[in-house]
Design a protein around this ligand. Structure first.
Ligand code: WQD
Length: 338
């Protein structure tokens, strides 16, 4: 049994990845400071898989606290989700974002070196590409200057991995997520945004649930077929499975370079209006929305060329847009009950 340390493992993508890791036979230790999640996610994971991950509440940006985990537990690999991740907030608090996100990654890598741990999977993002010159975008496309400190920290961690893995002691894979949405089929885990959601899907489900009065579509005057922005939305369970496939690749020595990175999307772009239409169709709920001003920093359109992940990782997204929107709604309804 291999043991994986999942930093940020009580978060949205982290918790879904823990479920898939356990289902694939890995033992899991979750380290999280609960700044953007709650500890009852551990109970839900145990309810889903029948296995309770070890949970450590810890500030991973604190070097001593981080090191203590590695002195106490035997760890074979790390999946690193732990980071501040609100794009807008990162523009207001750049120093906190750089300090937190970079320090956590460095603390993990430093302890890997200290303890001879070889395998690292990094949560990265399509924000490293900025506004693509054309779509679909592949991994050879140049990354552009980030539009936010959040996106810049994702780029900087990738750049750190490029150099830190050169000695070969550590092998790493970065997964560049497109737009994760949806929730586990049990509706026991899902996206739990703090306060007013920044992201589209939770704003839609909270509007449909009557928590928010109305959804504002940020701009319908873009140069796209229906005037609204286009993104590559991917079901969070498909995304979670990609992390298991990446960790398997490293343990089985199938990686072709010490540092690899892959686009994790569906390869299909949908507009904001497509998401709304799918939501209304799958849930039967009429959504109250208006068109408003464009949002600062929004990319007009981006969707992934997923051929590298398909050919090299043997991974492909399976879930449809309707499965994504319906699972998000079921999770919202479940949340209202609890
Ligand atoms: C999607 C589309 C909005 C809210 C960000 C980060 C990315 C990742 C996912 C963390 C855009 C529109 C949204 C609303 C709207 N984050 N929208 N009304 O900005 O593509 O990606 O979140 O890992 O790194 O960059 O996602 O869901 O915020 O927006 O019209 O109330 O929905 O303008 O076109 P985004 P999003």
């Amino acid at each position: 049994m291999k043991t994986i340390l999942v930093t940020g493992g009580t978060g949205y993508i982290g918790s879904h990845t823990v479920v898939e890791l356990q289902t694939s036979g890995y033992d899991v230790i979750i380290a999280d400071n609960l700044s953007n999640s709650s500890a009852d996610v551990i109970d839900k994971i145990e309810q889903i898989t029948g296995k309770r991950p070890i949970f450590i509440k810890v500030d991973l940006s604190d070097s001593e606290q981080a090191a203590s985990i590695f002195d106490k537990y035997s760890i074979d690999g790390i999946i690193n989700f732990a980071a501040f991740k609100a794009v807008g907030e990162s523009c207001q608090k750049p120093i906190e974002y750089y300090r937190n996100n970079l320090q956590i990654a460095l603390n993990m890598l430093e302890n890997m070196k200290r303890k001879g741990i070889k395998y690292f999977v990094q949560s990265s993002s399509c924000t490293v590409y900025g506004e693509p010159d054309s779509n679909p975008i592949n991994e050879q496309c140049p990354t552009k200057f980030a539009v936010s400190p959040y996106g810049n920290t994702k780029q900087m961690v990738e750049d750190m991995l490029h150099f830190i893995t050169q000695s070969g002691e550590i092998k790493a894979i970065a997964l560049r997520y497109f737009n994760p949405i949806g929730a586990h089929s049990t509706a026991l885990i899902g996206e739990l945004p703090n306060g007013v959601p920044n992201n589209l899907m939770p704003y839609i489900t909270q509007t449909a649930a009557g928590i928010r009065k109305q959804l504002t579509v940020f701009g319908n005057d873009y140069p796209t077929p229906d005037g609204t922005c286009i993104r590559d939305y991917i079901h969070v369970v498909d995304l979670a499975k990609a992390h298991v496939v990446a960790m398997d690749r490293l343990f089985e020595g199938r990686n072709k370079k010490n540092f690899e990175y892959f686009n994790i999307g569906t390869g299909v772009g949908f507009s904001v209006l497509d998401i709304i239409k799918s939501f209304e169709k799958t849930t039967g709920v009429k959504l109250n929305y208006v068109f408003g001003q464009r949002r600062e920093g929004d990319v007009v359109q981006i969707w992934a060329d997923t051929s590298l992940a398909e050919n090299e990782l043997g991974w492909k997204a399976n879930m449809s847009l309707d499965q994504m929107t319906l699972s998000a709604w079921r999770w919202q309804q479940q949340m209202q009950k609890s």
